[in-house]
Design a protein around this ligand. Structure first.
Ligand SMILES: Cc1cc2nc3c(=O)[nH]c(=O)nc-3n(C[C@H](O)[C@H](O)[C@H](O)COP(=O)(O)OP(=O)(O)OC[C@H]3O[C@@H](n4cnc5c(N)ncnc54)[C@H](O)[C@@H]3O)c2cc1C
Length: 362
């Protein structure tokens, strides 16, 4: 054997696919590792190499004792040969740079990654990633004369901790229901709406707040559209290929408006909603409903406001809410493992009353 290192790169690639400890192949472990991924892979590779000091070279078996310098060399070789764990990852700090990147490549946009990574199919990786969490201003919650601005990288935990008026109680309650604390620490408002799941817990509360979505692209600048127009269907949004969501903006809410959120799932936490309802309520000085907004999720392809019911409730007594079939007529729940359509409608009726009561108690 003249050179025991000859052909080593492809041998490593071949071997690591079969090494049990390295689950990176297939993308499963790597899902949440994000920036730590390459480190995890390197650790896994060097572990594997320590175990496999016998390498196959040019079809022959050869015994070779690996030293640290060899391991470094082998890792570099593996990277050069595009070992399957390579993950091109861009993390700009300026919006301008992020938008230019969007224009010239077709990256997978990632914020907390709590929807992106679990949805990844084995062996099918995007060409490149654009992480928006370091962009200046993206993690800020700010209050202006026009309303409240949630930067696109604001997490659910940021929402829970923020000092917001009672009209945002439903949004905070929804934030506490998103997955677990770990998911709330990583998952963002923008990710929730861009993922456009019918069961996205943030959407009904934001609809009841009349939220707008701020969008930007390098060539066309910024635009804002209502959340109702932004989510177009299951996993469909109004975003163009080169656009990023930059913020979610809630216009000024009337003084004295309060809100409540109700979620139904098959267990208390870490559960996909069977149905959820958010209600924002403003009472007049006689205790009658002056303004009410009711939004329901997981009961149609896109969460929606129940405008007919809202109109009927104005002027009424909040403790005597009459809900008819017609009021729920725009909902189109499905039968699935979480519940039947009839059960969902029944649950929503109860949720509306509870969400209104919760809002008034707030
Ligand atoms: C274990 C677990 C439990 C969960 N439980 C719940 C739950 O109870 N309720 C619930 O609603 N959700 C739940 N989720 C889903 C997820 O956590 C939320 O939807 C979260 O808000 C997504 O935010 P993210 O930042 O992680 O999004 P990401 O995964 O980073 O992105 C989601 C989508 O949005 C796009 N995107 C993100 N930011 C931008 C941007 N600025 N511009 C353009 N596109 C963008 C991405 O390209 C992707 O398509 C759960 C997820 C997991 C893994």
């Amino acid at each position: 054997m003249s050179n025991p290192m000859e052909g080593v790169g492809s041998t490593i690639r071949h071997r690591t696919r079969r090494i049990k400890g390295c689950r990176c192949h297939g993308g499963k472990l790597c899902g949440f590792a994000r920036a730590d991924k390459s480190r995890a892979c390197v650790a896994s590779l060097s572990d594997s190499l320590q175990k496999f000091s016998s390498l196959t070279v040019s079809g022959q078996r050869a015994s070779y004792n690996l030293f640290d310098s060899d391991i470094v060399l082998l890792i570099l070789l593996a990277y050069k040969l595009k070992w399957p764990c390579r993950m091109p990852y861009s993390q700009p700090s300026l919006l301008r740079d992020a938008l230019r990147f969007m224009e010239k490549s077709d990256p997978c946009v990632v914020a907390g990654g709590t929807d992106v990574y679990p949805a990844m199919k084995s062996g099918r990786q995007p060409v490149t990633y654009l992480d928006v969490t370091r962009i200046q201003g993206f993690s800020d919650i700010s209050r202006t004369h026009a309303g409240t601005r949630f930067g696109a990288a604001v997490t659910w935990s940021d929402v829970v901790k923020a000092d917001l008026p009672p009209a945002f109680c439903a949004l905070k309650q929804a934030a506490r229901e998103v997955g677990s604390l770990q998911i709330q620490n990583a998952g963002t408002i923008a990710g929730n709406i861009c993922n456009a799941s019918p069961a996205a817990d943030g959407v009904p509360a934001l609809l009841a707040l009349n939220a707008d979505v701020e969008i930007a692209s390098a060539s066309r600048g910024a635009r804002a559209i209502s959340l109702g127009s932004f989510i177009k269907g299951v996993r469909k949004t109004a975003l163009e290929r080169d656009e990023l969501v930059t913020a979610v903006i809630v216009p000024k809410t009337p003084a004295g408006m309060t809100s409540g959120f109700e979620k139904l799932g098959s267990r208390r936490y870490l559960v996909i909603s069977t149905a959820m309802t958010a209600a924002n309520v403003l009472l007049d000085n006689r205790g009658r409903i002056e303004d009410v907004r009711i939004a329901v999720g997981a009961c149609s392809a896109v969460a929606q406001r129940l405008t007919a019911l809202e109109a009927n409730l104005v002027g009424g007594d909040p403790s005597r809410i009459a809900i008819t079939r017609e009021h729920l007529g725009t909902l189109a729940p499905i039968d699935d493992v979480r519940g039947t359509a009839a059960y969902r409608l029944h649950a929503v009726e109860r949720q509306i009353r509870r969400a209104i009561a919760r809002a008034i108690e707030a």
